[in-house]
Design a protein around this ligand. Structure first.
Ligand code: ZN
Length: 132
């Protein structure tokens, strides 16, 4: 089944960005650092989906570059797909531009790939595999 897994939001400060969700009474995960992406992350579960707040840990982080260029805000939309390898193969065959050719393994062992905004209406689209 396809669902919106999460929305990724680039922020300068997790501490500041968490505030609105705390005030709303939502629960917020512990902070986790993802070294490979040079970000610190918290997840805010909202119903079946989540918000992912991303704070850069280095000026070289893609999130730091995004904020420098466009300011804080929505960075990517993440769709959960039933079969990631099959989806990637289909997209490649159709000439869809991916940010990287291979499926990557992120925090918590989840598998993901990014579709380039030029192939997705200006939105950076993350595809993650549904957990079985
Ligand atoms: Zn994400």
């Amino acid at each position: 089944m396809f669902t919106i897994d999460h929305l990724g939001i680039a922020v300068k400060s997790l501490a500041a960005a968490k505030g609105i969700y705390q005030k709303l009474g939502l629960s917020i995960s512990a902070e986790e650092t993802v070294e490979a992406e040079q970000v610190r992350v918290v997840m805010v579960p909202v119903g079946e989906s989540r918000l992912e707040l991303l704070e850069p840990t280095s000026e070289n982080s893609t999130i730091a570059k995004f904020i420098a260029k466009r300011g804080e805000g929505l960075h990517h939309v993440s769709l959960r797909v039933p079969d990631l390898a099959a989806a990637v193969e289909r997209l490649k065959k159709d000439g869809v531009r991916l940010v990287s050719e291979e499926i990557k393994v992120g925090a918590g062992g989840h598998r993901y790939v990014f579709v380039h905004p030029s192939s997705a209406g200006g939105v950076l689209l993350e595809l993650v595999e549904a957990k079985h």
